[in-house]
Design a protein around this ligand. Structure first.
Ligand SMILES: [Zn+2]
Length: 340
């Protein structure tokens, strides 16, 4: 079985974006009409999924995608907490509808109603709703709800602890995932995303978070940002900062996905990072949608790169399935109920 740990509903029906547009208009001008989620039919959802994510799953040969709202549209920086909550709930409810229509192909991962300057404890209720009521198995946690200005404390700060406590109680991991950039210096997917991945990892080295939460788990997407390429730097910094070796200090709790869009990058990832810490992911349909002229294949068709690795079949199975089932115990439990 091939589990893609990183997919977003980037193709949601137009009524969904209209709701967001109305929200933005209302926030900017209180005289504008109140925003309410528009009607979306099951057929509209089917059309947007079957032409895109489901078609690509089938063409590329993956079986199940851990599916979350479009990350770049989370837009935590915009508006206030009430705006973020209403948008977040609409997004998560839409993911639930996709999962209900295609339960064999998608499992839900939730967005959180984060907002700059608002305690993360306020996101606990939505996480709980999504996991306990909607059957989701994980969440996307934004380390920078300000959208590129980094006004929140590091992920290792006690600010985040009330949320981590609930993650541990529910036994769900978080993917560290920023949203859009409203800082012109940082292109969203080319700079802000990769910056955040790299930043989160360094925060984990500097802090002692996993001493306080031994079972807390994070996926750092986009291949771990710059971390695998600079692995010697991070091992050396851990040593300089008198932290334990990374395999004890961080790597029992942190996983990287395979959203690296060329073969040499995947080769390096697997050579540097222990296979137990790598989860298959593609982030399709997402950040990079074109065809690589040097290969003739889509950049984000990441299965090709894993298939081409010269590693044991058992290791490929861990990347494709085993590690995801370990990091997402609720996914494993769900699949077991289906005899999978
Ligand atoms: Zn993503």
């Amino acid at each position: 079985m091939i589990i893609d740990c990183h997919g977003h509903y980037t193709t949601a029906p137009a009524a969904h974006q209209k709701f967001r547009d109305a929200q933005v208009a209302r926030f900017n001008d209180p005289a504008a009409p109140p925003a309410r989620p528009g009607a979306i039919s099951d057929d509209e959802i089917r059309e947007t999924i079957e032409k895109n994510q489901l078609r690509l799953q089938q063409q590329r040969g993956s079986d199940l995608t851990l599916f979350s709202p479009r990350a770049s549209a989370m837009g935590h920086h915009f508006g206030d907490e009430a705006v973020s909550l209403a948008w977040t709930r609409a997004n998560n409810d839409l993911i639930k509808r996709v999962v209900d229509l295609y339960p064999q192909n998608f499992v839900g991962v939730c967005q959180l109603p984060q907002s700059p300057g608002v305690p993360i404890a306020n996101s606990v209720a939505e996480l709980t709703r999504c996991v306990s009521e909607l059957g989701f198995i994980g969440c996307n946690l934004n380390p920078d709800p300000s959208g590129g200005h980094w006004t929140s404390p590091p992920l290792t700060d006690r600010h985040w602890y009330p949320f981590y406590e609930r993650m541990v109680e529910l036994d769900v991991p978080a993917m560290v995932h920023v949203s859009a950039s409203c800082n012109a210096n940082f292109h969203a997917t080319g700079a802000h995303y990769i910056n955040a991945d790299t930043t989160a990892f360094m925060q984990f080295i500097e802090g002692d978070l996993f001493h306080d939460f031994p079972s807390l788990r994070f996926i750092i997407p986009h291949g771990g940002g710059a971390v695998p390429y600079h692995w010697g730097r991070y091992r050396g910094l851990a040593d300089m900062l008198k932290r334990p070796p990374l395999d004890q200090h961080v790597m029992n709790n942190v996983y990287f996905d395979t959203c690296v869009y060329h073969q040499p990058g995947i080769d390096l990832l697997v050579r540097v990072i222990d296979v137990k810490n790598i989860l298959f992911g593609s982030e399709m349909v997402g950040a990079v949608r074109g065809i690589d002229p040097t290969t003739g294949h889509y950049f984000d068709d990441t299965r090709r790169y894993i298939d081409a690795l010269e590693i044991a079949a058992a290791d490929k199975a861990r990347i494709y399935e085993g590690n995801a089932r370990r990091v997402f115990p609720r996914l494993d439990a769900l699949l077991r109920t289906r005899g999978q």
